[in-house]
Design a protein around this ligand. Structure first.
Ligand SMILES: Cc1cc2nc3c(=O)[nH]c(=O)nc-3n(C[C@H](O)[C@H](O)[C@H](O)COP(=O)(O)O)c2cc1C
Length: 318
């Protein structure tokens, strides 16, 4: 079973992935946050920079496309194939209001007949194998049955299921019964994603669903970047955590404004990293900083000296 790093738009960009892979072992593949192809069918310079496989290489990266237009999907997939990638992923899960209102991401689950037509178009003329990442519905888990019947008809390279509806965003319990339904029904490879926050949770899911091709972990790896390292029998070293933090900061500071861009990015990361700290008040002190010059020494001091907990405390996540 492979253990992959979930795509997280705004967080797990190229710098993040490369620095993480240099500091921590164990992650099989890194999924790239979605790219939205333009109707001009030209990838932008920024998209090409993100898609440059760099030291990780195409085999450890999964590019993802967010669109409801089959021709836009096909052109972007072809360009991605030319760069050397062997798989492209379709996003059917993004719950964000701006994405869903345009009928993309989880918005594509709203109209199963239209989704069927879209899948028929992209699979009938696919320049490379297509995998899919989905939720189980828009408003109600009862929608999953009809969606599953449609998905089951296509030669999906691998299906990743985040068993929540769009309405649930990332909160509350996951619907494991809906995921089990997929595991019993589908014949192609299936990957689980959702709320894997501790090494015990990862082990339990591996044991409960031995038929899976793998698991995908998002927020658990932001809170403890060594979560997969630990699941693979390794340990979390303070040195690796500090090296990760400092190298990521150094990369961002090369081309981003410290206060305007690096600080908000690090606050988003520390929203999760701080769940390892025993004292919640440390996060409040960090959150109050309005300048990188105040935030950075405080963050570094916590990484060097705080007594980190064995597992992140996700009950504190707002
Ligand atoms: C800030 C943020 C950005 C995300 N961006 C993407 C994305 O670009 N593509 C995608 O498929 N999922 C995206 N997701 C969803 C995650 O990949 C994952 O499905 C979700 O966090 C649930 O897994 P977890 O409980 O392990 O975190 C994002 C989630 C968050 C919180």
């Amino acid at each position: 079973m492979t253990l992959d790093f979930a795509p997280m738009e705004g967080i797990t960009g190229r710098d993040f992935r490369e620095v993480h892979a240099a500091c921590f072992t164990g992650v099989d593949r890194y999924w790239m946050p979605f790219l939205s192809p333009a109707s001009s069918h030209q990838l932008t310079a920024r998209q090409l920079r993100e898609l440059n496989p760099g030291p990780l290489g195409c085999d450890r990266l999964v590019p993802q496309i967010l669109t409801k237009d089959a021709e836009d999907f096909r052109c972007a997939a072809a360009a991605i194939g030319e760069l050397g990638y062997r798989e492209v992923n379709l996003n059917l899960g993004c719950p964000s209001g701006t994405v869903v209102s345009k009928g993309k991401g989880a918005g594509m689950l709203r109209d199963p007949a239209a989704l069927d037509r879209f899948l028929d178009a992209i699979f009938s003329d696919a320049p490379l194998p297509i995998s899919v990442k989905t939720r189980i519905g828009v408003n109600d888990p009862a929608e999953w049955e009809a969606l599953l019947s449609i998905l089951a008809r296509y030669p999906i390279r691998e299906l990743t299921v985040h068993p929540r509806t769009r309405r649930e965003f990332y909160k509350g319990d996951v619907h494991l019964d809906a995921f089990r339904q997929a595991a019993e029904r589908l014949t192609f490879p299936l990957r689980y994603n959702g709320n894997l926050f501790t090494s015990a949770a990862v082990q339990k899911t591996e044991a409960d669903f031995p038929c899976l091709s793998g698991l995908m972990i998002g927020r658990g790896l932001l809170a403890d970047p060594a979560l997969i390292t630990r699941c693979r029998g390794g340990t979390r070293s303070r040195e690796a955590l500090i090296a990760f933090h400092e190298e990521l900061a150094a990369r961002y500071l090369r081309y981003m404004h410290p206060d305007v861009a690096v600080l908000p990015k690090f606050k988003e990361l520390w929203l999760y990293l701080s769940l390892l700290l025993p004292d919640e008040r440390d996060w409040k002190r960090l959150r109050k900083c309005s300048r990188w010059a105040d935030f950075h020494p405080l963050a570094l001091d916590l990484l060097r000296n705080a007594a980190l907990q064995e597992e992140a405390d996700f009950s504190r996540l707002p």
